[in-house]
Design a protein around this ligand. Structure first.
Ligand code: SF4
Length: 261
């Protein structure tokens, strides 16, 4: 009997060159335990189908357009969709990246999909914030070929203030991942008034230095406010601590401290 595993996704983006090696197809899953104040994908946070309300202009008139965000799919259906890109993967040494939201929010769906990708011979990358119970984290990262791991900051109180969650498990899981020998890339969103200061950047640097194995590389992701309008479209409140969108993060400082891995 076939085992049918369903999950909730909200987007599939093709020809991505920023989510791992080669040309990739990135699948975005819904649901995330964090509520980052700078999140530019607020439609990814809730683990349910949501309604987006957009205003459109046509012939000088304004129309309200509603559409749903998120749809259920099975891992078999998703694999069939992904297979359309196999030539791209072969030509570029690319593959599939599972992102979100937070993929580990739907562990059974992700593990089943990763197993199917492996059987198909597709390279897989898991893009995670690491906020998942240790046993789930280990079981699933073991199935991926590469892990893209986000670190926001090291100070726990700062993390709680800006993401609504402690980072203890996140840092534990990163240490564990590094000990396992699994290839990983660290990604750091550089956010004004949050982690673009000397104190926090040095703490991040010290933490990375303490890992048993170093990341393949470290990527800095500059803050942008492109997705700000989505909060209105979802009728969600922009987080009170949202970084000022007219202020640039101190990316040079972050580069000078962190870009030697
Ligand atoms: S971890 Fe990513 S998806 Fe989740 S709230 Fe933070 S920025 Fe948004």
């Amino acid at each position: 009997m076939t085992n049918i595993v369903s999950g909730l996704i909200f987007d599939i983006r093709r020809y991505s060159v920023n989510d791992g090696p080669g040309i990739r197809t990135t699948v975005f899953l819904k649901g995330c335990p964090l509520k980052c104040a700078w999140c530019h994908n607020p439609e990814s946070q809730d683990g349910s189908i949501e309604i987006i309300k957009r205003t459109r202009q046509l012939d000088g008139q304004t129309f309200l357009q509603t559409e749903s965000c998120g749809y259920l799919t099975t891992t078999d259906e998703l694999l069939e969709e992904i297979k359309k890109d196999s030539i791209c993967f072969e030509e570029s040494n690319g593959g599939v990246t599972i992102s979100g939201g937070e993929p580990l929010f739907q562990p059974n769906f992700v593990s089943d999909f990763l197993i199917k990708l492996r059987k198909q011979g597709f390279h897989s990358a898991l893009d995670t914030c690491g906020d998942s119970p240790n046993h789930i984290f280990s079981r699933i990262t073991d199935l991926a070929d590469l892990v893209l791991y986000d670190i926001k900051c090291i100070s726990e109180s700062l993390h709680i203030t800006y993401t609504n969650r402690s980072n203890r498990v996140i840092l534990e899981n990163l240490y564990k991942l590094s000990s396992s020998g699994k290839p990983f890339i660290i990604r750091i969103p550089v956010i004004p008034n949050f982690n673009d200061n000397l104190t926090e950047l040095i703490l991040i640097d010290e933490f990375i230095r303490s890992l048993p194995n170093k990341p393949l590389k470290l990527e800095l992701l500059p803050f942008h406010s492109i997705g700000l309008h989505k909060y209105n479209e979802l009728e969600k409140t922009i987080p009170e601590l949202h970084p000022p969108h007219d202020k640039l993060a101190n990316i040079q400082l972050a580069e000078s401290i962190l870009l030697h891995y």
